[in-house]
Design a binder for this molecule. Structure first.
Ligand code: BJW
Ligand code: ZN
Length: 271
């Protein structure tokens, strides 16, 4: 009897002792959170990726805060979807069986944590943390709007005009410094501890599962060839080919929320 790719993947999954998962914006798409590239990657008249940059912040911090204020407002109304929950069940089963499981995410929306994932490495920061540009303090912040001045702002409507915020209207730390989103923009270094945790998870993993990422942004995308070099099996779940599809041993084409729940429903082999 011929074994399908799905059966071979599930047998690899059951035998794996150390699993790493790399997720991107696609895993949250079915929760209603737009991805960065392709459909949904526009906010007002701007490419989302162009606003996630130190240059955009230098040019107009109020506009960048409008963009993040809008994303916080939107994320508040979104819930984890079946893909997030399938990854929680996978983690629970493998940890109970004595295996290691690390979820490395490029997402800042916090939906993996809300679903119940425990061992999460957030490579690109958090939508729900702010950092002071004067005293460098990082704090949790769930205010929506981020300050009263931003109430009603952040409309993604391309017809909506850009409102200029004054320096006095920007979110402020108790020390008086300006607050920025605690996220990683292009050209900024990732947290060294996060890189170390993700590298340790990928080095020596038996299986890397890559979900909903275009895999064009480094260093995150580099974890896929890293896993390949050290002999791990690699599986991808995406609605279309990504930059790393060619490295994958298993490719499952379709939406993460539809594919992951039954694909990952596998009992690990006991040690
Ligand atoms: C579905 C689906 C469904 C849809 N189901 N699938 C090496 C080579 C080349 C360049 C570089 C390099 N090393 C560094 C660079 C530069 C740069 C980079 O990578 N540039 C490339 C674009 C070329 N990297 C950096 O600048 C990084 N910093 C750095 O390297 O610092 C070095 C340094 C050291 C010392 C001092 C100073 C500097 C930082 C990168 C930060 C990226 N930040 C962002 C914003 C985060 C905050 C925020 O969210 O606002 O991260 S950009 C954006 O892209 C965001 C995302 O996390 C990231 C990745 O996007 P993702 O998740 O893949 O989303 P999409 O939209 O691209 O893809 C969605 C996918 O889902 C698609 O494939 C769909 O098909 C799929 N999909 N629905 C399953 N239902
Ligand atoms: Zn401060």
């Amino acid at each position: 009897m011929n074994t399908t790719s799905r059966e071979r993947f599930q047998s690899t999954l059951a035998r794996s002792k150390k699993i790493a998962v790399l997720t991107g914006a696609g895993v949250s798409a079915e929760s209603g959170i737009p991805t960065f590239r392709g459909a949904g990657g526009l906010w007002r008249r701007y490419e989302a990726t162009s606003l996630a940059s130190p240059e955009a912040w230098q040019r107009d911090p109020g506009l960048v805060w409008e963009f993040y204020n809008h994303r916080r407002e939107r994320a508040l109304g979104c819930s984890p979807n079946p893909a997030h929950r399938a990854l929680v069940r996978l983690e629970d089963r493998f940890r109970d069986a004595g295996g290691a499981f690390t979820l490395i995410t490029q997402n800042i929306d916090g939906l993996h944590e809300r679903a119940g994932s425990r061992n999460v490495v957030r490579l690109h920061g958090s939508l729900w943390q702010v950092r002071c540009l004067s005293c460098a303090r990082v704090t949790e912040n769930r205010e929506v709007p981020i300050t009263p001045a931003f109430a009603g702002s952040g409309s993604p409507d391309p017809e909506a005009g850009d409102r200029r915020f004054t320096a006095a209207e920007l979110p402020r730390c108790p020390c008086g410094g300006v607050l920025r989103p605690h996220v990683v923009w292009f050209g900024e270094p990732l947290d060294a501890g996060d890189i170390a945790a993700a590298t340790a998870a990928v080095e020596g993993c038996d299986l890397l599962i890559v979900v909903g990422t275009s895999a064009v942004v480094y260093p995150a995308a580099g974890f896929v060839p890293m896993a390949k070099r050290q002999g791990a099996r690699i599986a991808e779940v995406n609605v279309e080919p990504s930059a790393v599809t060619g490295l994958c041993d298993f490719v499952f084409t379709g939406s993460a929320g539809e594919i992951l729940p039954s694909l990952l429903d596998v009992a690990p082999a006991r040690a």
